[in-house]
Design a binder for this molecule. Structure first.
Ligand code: MRU
Length: 364
């Protein structure tokens, strides 16, 4: 997508194909810096510390991470260890594990070191390209929802949470893809951007990418959603997902569930946009979904620009305890529909399987 007048993806291979390059998202919106990684351990740290984040992007990063591991030592055992390390970084987004599994599967019968390096490089590229293409298609599939609203209203007001834009994937995004498609078609769209404490992916990242694209948006505190809905200021909620079970339970950034509850109360459509690579064909309940718990300091401190430097300031009493669950799960009864690259369906087992094939037998 657009940064200034230049097209960027979030992650790519360097020209000599020996390094992985990615936008450092910790610094956005204040600084735009490209990082280079030449070791799989560096990729794991970047995922863990959220230089790169978002379901699709950490899947792509893991794919490239396995390729870097193959460049270091193209031995299957080394790739397995590297894969384990990558999967251990962030447990909720299923794309990460799927990318590692796909890489290991692709080379399990390889006969030579050269073949392992070639296949892991190709597979990493495919994972990234498919992620971008699925997100492009999500935009086209979801566009109709916004077009329908625009026939009745001058401005379509979309509420979103966290960052499920192009920064969370390789390109285009999931929840924001229909917004970009609508804007590009001339629809007057305005986005309510929930700030998404504690890491502020909304106020930092979603705001920044919408601004780059020239889309009208307003940042709101996370706790404003109910009031906005009560006042009739929200036409549709579209969020992303880090993992959606085959029967429609949606794991997404903490705070999503509260938005879904409020939307239900106010009769506002609540859609979840995700590439089908984020569907979990094995787990079918809330309890089975691993919920990442991050450090307390993310809650107690806040980061921002001070002068020319990005720094952290302590907000809470130093001795306070804090609990930092990074994701929550929205049950299917609160979800109006799921938008994937294949179309829109209800959040139930039958509808998801009908649109995506029987992934339970055919685990992806
Ligand atoms: O913790 P993050 O920033 O990696 O959060 C994941 C997400 O990007 C969101 O939950 C998003 O809504 C899911 S769509 C990628």
């Amino acid at each position: 997508m657009r940064v200034g007048n230049k097209h960027f993806r979030t992650i790519w291979l360097s020209e000599d194909k020996k390094k992985v390059e990615a936008i450092d998202q910790r610094l956005i919106p204040h600084k735009f810096i490209i990082e280079k990684f030449d070791r799989v351990t560096a990729v794991a740290t970047a995922i863990n510390d959220m230089h790169v984040r978002g379901a699709g992007l950490i899947g792509a990063a893991a794919g490239y991470g396995v390729y870097l591991a193959a460049l270091e030592n193209p031995d299957y055992r080394h790739l397995q260890d590297a894969g384990k390390m990558l999967i251990g970084t962030r447990p909720t987004a299923i794309n990460l594990k799927k990318a590692v599994d796909r890489q290991l599967e692709a080379v399990k019968n390889s006969k030579s070191a050269g073949e392992i390096v070639r296949i892991t490089m190709e597979t990493a590229g495919k994972i990234a390209d498919e992620d971008a293409e699925c997100c492009r298609l999500i935009g086209q599939q979801g566009l109709g929802l916004l077009e329908d609203i625009s026939r009745k209203k001058d401005t379509v007001n979309v509420l979103t949470h966290c960052n499920a834009g192009w920064l969370a994937f390789v390109d285009y995004g999931s929840a924001l893809a229909p917004v970009y498609a609508a804007f590009d078609k001339g629809i007057n769209v305005h986005v309510w951007v929930g700030e998404t404490r504690p890491q502020n992916q909304g106020s930092r990242l979603t705001a920044w990418e919408l601004q780059q694209h020239g889309i009208n948006y307003t940042i709101v505190t996370d706790s404003s959603s109910g009031l906005l809905m009560q006042k009739g200021l929200v036409d549709i909620v579209i969020v992303g997902s880090d993992r959606t079970t085959y029967n429609g339970f949606v794991a997404n950034k903490i705070g999503t569930y509260m938005k879904a509850l409020a939307a239900k109360e106010h009769g506002i459509p609540f859609y979840v946009a995700l590439p089908s690579s984020s569907i979990d064909w094995e787990i079918g309940d809330i309890e089975g979904i691993p919920i990442e718990e991050r450090g307390q300091d993310e809650v107690k401190y806040t980061r921002g620009m001070h002068g020319n430097e990005i720094s952290s300031v302590l907000v809470a009493p130093r001795e306070s305890k804090a609990l930092n669950y990074a994701f929550d799960v929205t049950p299917p009864k609160f979800v109006t529909g799921i938008i994937t690259e294949k179309g829109i369906c209800k959040a139930d087992e039958k509808s998801i399987a009908k649109l995506h094939g029987n992934g339970r037998r055919n685990k992806v």
